[in-house]
Design a protein around this ligand. Sequence first.
Ligand code: 4NP
Length: 159
Amino acid sequence: MTTQVLMVCLGNICRSPTAHGVFQQHVDAANLADQIDVDSAGTGGWHTGSAPHVRATATAKKRGYDLSQLMARQVTTEDFARFDYVLAMDNDNLYELQRLAPADYHGHLSLFLDFGNQTRYLEVPDPYYGGDKGFELVLDLVEDASEGLLAHIRHTRYI
Ligand code: 4NP
């Protein structure tokens, strides 16, 4: 059974596409692309159909991640039927996902950074209204949590 992972933020143009691209690359590097599917979505729908923010794409590219093929979409209740892991970038989005999730959802719904090793940040700060440093911080946090998430999935699913 393929493990299905959904990364979620507000707009699906900054944090969750970054998490999507970075975690996908970790999965590819571990030769697990046929066993782990990665996707991303936003709790808000304003940017549906848009490519990731140019600063998110540029910052990721500097570190070797390609976000150019991603396109924003909004989370739906059907996502809970498909995804084993629904991972929020911050608490506001986690609360919204908890509100949307069917009462019988048995997957893993939590903050993405729960899987990280650093202890300073519990949430991925929204970089949308800030400077370039915010996008670098998103990458730092997302790279750290991607390592932890991959290790967790490999450990719990014996892959
Ligand atoms: P994201 O960033 O949730 O990381 O994609 C944002 C993108 C757009 C908006 C807010 C946050 N917005 O208000 O349009």
